[in-house]
Design a binder for this molecule. Structure first.
Ligand code: HEC
Ligand code: HEC
Length: 334
């Protein structure tokens, strides 16, 4: 009986309910960069101007946190591809977490969220920062009450979702805005479109990156420079953060993390799950040495014997993945 009810519930959520786009509310087409697949649709949450606007307001709204002290934008800075320059972010009351804040772009394509891939849905992922003790330390019921009390948002929710201020519409609006954060206009993308040339060092780095000598693209491949697999790159011999094991409890998942995209990498430091590496130099040296001696280390991580020239070339290539038009896009500014 329970199973039948669950199936029925899912059916109602997925297929039977409608997306109430208002007649005067324009559906927006988001331009997909060359070489990117079409943006997968969000369930009952088509892009409209009103939704994107509301989502952006909520992204920068401190009422989402305890003491009205921080917003999503306090840890995710646009000019840094929505990452945080701090090793670990500071939440309410100066509390510090244990992971480095991820950049936010091309999330519309992602299927695994957070470093350990513990959440599989962008809409639901906003519940984590809102309720996390070390981040916003609030909860969605309190957020609804505060937004109502502020009196600022009634019309916005009505316009965007024909709804009062509700949990679903808050999550939908945050999802809608975050889905517009598409980045695919780096120098490398422009080169692929035949609009510019790479320097000889960038070109050498590119060929090394995609070679079977380095294996970089085996993990960081595809249009978003990550196949979103969960692997261990051998950063440490022993991991303080168990990574994927936090979700599965399996010993073989210890030290494994979702492979990060390398787009905009020049501005998203410090690096790795705990922000323990500050420069691309150190990262290349780590891979060149074949990583640390760690039991779950991936078999693709091997000593590379790169020359200094080749190391610099890899760094120059990684720097060519920066998309300045994304970092400065006025549409994403507060
Ligand atoms: C106190 C700092 C802080 C605040 C505030 C914060 N975040 Fe984050 N965010 C982080 C950290 C740290 C991570 C990585 C957490 C992890 O992997 O466990 C993260 C990860 C994410 C991710 C996962 C990205 C990916 O590629 O998997 C999304 C999405 C996200 N945050 C969106 C938001 C939204 C939306 C808000 C506001 C509702 C928000 N964040 C507020 C620090 C913060
Ligand atoms: C077996 C898969 C795998 C291979 C091969 C691999 N990486 Fe990684 N890479 C990862 C994982 C997993 C992480 C995240 C580890 C963590 O957070 O602790 C990572 C992190 C990184 C980071 C830091 C990203 C960030 O945002 O913090 C860079 C840069 C990087 N890799 C570059 C490379 C380069 C260059 C190569 C080739 C020399 C390479 N990787 C080969 C899996 C891989």
């Amino acid at each position: 009986m329970r199973i039948i009810l669950v199936i029925l519930g899912c059916c109602l959520l997925i297929s039977c309910s409608k997306d109430p786009v208002l007649a005067d509310n324009k559906i927006i087409e988001i331009t997909v960069p060359t070489g990117f697949p079409p943006i997968p649709p969000a369930q009952n949450n088509a892009f409209t101007e009103a939704r994107i606007d509301l989502g952006k307001k909520l992204f920068f709204e401190k009422l989402l946190s305890e003491n009205n002290s921080i917003s999503c934008g306090s840890c995710h800075f646009q000019e840094l591809a929505f990452s945080d320059p701090a090793q670990v972010s500071t939440g309410v009351d100066g509390r510090v977490g244990f992971r480095n804040a991820q950049p936010l772009f091309n999330l519309a394509y992602k299927t695994l969220f957070f470093r350990d891939g513990g959440v599989k849905n962008l809409r639901l992922s906003s519940l984590n920062p809102i309720s996390n003790h070390d981040e916003m330390n609030s909860d969605i019921v309190r957020v609804i009450q505060r937004l109502k009390n502020s009196g600022k948002y009634t019309n916005d929710f009505q316009r965007a979702y024909q709804d009062t201020i509700s949990a679903l519409s808050i999550l939908n609006a945050l999802e809608c805005f975050q889905r517009t954060l598409i980045s695919g206009n780096s120098k490398y993308d422009q080169w692929k479109r035949g609009e510019t040339t790479l320097s000889s060092s960038e070109e050498l780095g590119r060929s090394l990156f995609f070679s079977s000598r380095t294996n970089c693209a085996q993990c960081h491949g595809g249009f978003n420079f990550s196949f979103e697999e969960i692997r261990a790159n051998g950063l440490f011999e022993t991991y303080a953060d168990s990574g994927r094991q936090r979700i599965t409890t399996l010993p073989e998942d210890r030290g494994k993390f979702v492979v990060p995209s390398l787009r905009n990498i020049s501005v998203t430091g410090p690096y790795m799950h705990n922000g323990s590496i500050t420069t691309l130099d150190e990262i290349i040296n780590l891979y060149d040495a074949g990583g640390a001696n760690f039991e779950n280390k991936d078999s693709l991580i091997l000593p590379l014997n790169l020359s200094n020239n080749e190391k610099q070339a890899l760094i120059d290539f990684l720097k060519s993945l920066t998309d300045d038009s994304f970092l400065n896009n006025p549409a994403f500014k507060q």
